[in-house]
Design a protein around this ligand. Structure first.
Ligand code: SAM
Length: 162
């Protein structure tokens, strides 16, 4: 697979998994958490497909497209190692959907990062809530969900709280 193929597979998979998880969790009222704003493409997509839930964005340094920048009261600024535990104290186990796209090009670093934040993410989900991640996560109590038809195996992962 060329790097272009890998990139396209990741984008197609992100969109397919976000569409699937947004619909599957539509009946849960709790907030949506976007971990890693970057350019803001996936945040912009979430805004398009999610109508009645608040979307909070976790980011350490905002550098997004102006059209894809959250309002100040929906931005949780800082390192997720600190902001995720703070979010648990603030929201409790209430998130209907969490999307994480925090990694870079170093796969070993991404894996270590996913291991470190998995226990911080897991308690944030409401019952039935879903997590969509670009990297494999390491949860104790969440079950892995089969990917929707358009997603490419290994490019995206979906987990659900019981
Ligand atoms: N999904 C985004 C999009 O569609 O444009 C791209 C996200 S980009 C790959 C990853 C983002 O995660 C970067 O903006 C980076 O600053 C952020 N990030 C990485 N590690 C972080 C951390 N420990 N705490 C908070 N944000 C972090």
């Amino acid at each position: 697979m060329s790097r272009l193929d890998v990139f396209i597979a990741r984008m197609v998979s992100q969109r397919a998994c976000l569409n699937f998880a947004a619909e599957a969790t539509a009946s849960i009222a709790g907030p949506v958490f976007e971990l890693g704003l970057g350019n803001g493409r996936t945040y912009h997509h979430l805004r398009e497909i999610i109508a009645r839930r608040d979307i909070y964005v976790f980011e350490r340094a905002v550098a997004s497209h102006p059209d894809s920048t959250p309002p100040d009261d929906r931005l949780i600024l800082g390192d997720v190692h600190e902001t995720l535990p703070a979010a648990l104290a603030r929201f409790g186990p209430a998130a209907s959907l969490i999307h994480a796209d925090l990694g870079g090009h170093n796969l070993d670093k991404n894996d270590a990062f996913a291991r470190a934040i998995s226990p911080l993410v897991e308690p944030l989900l409401a019952s039935g809530g879903m997590m969509v991640a670009s990297d494999r996560m390491y949860f104790e109590g969440l079950k892995e969900v089969s990917l929707p038809a358009d997603a490419v195996s290994g490019r995206c992962f979906i987990y659900q709280a019981g």
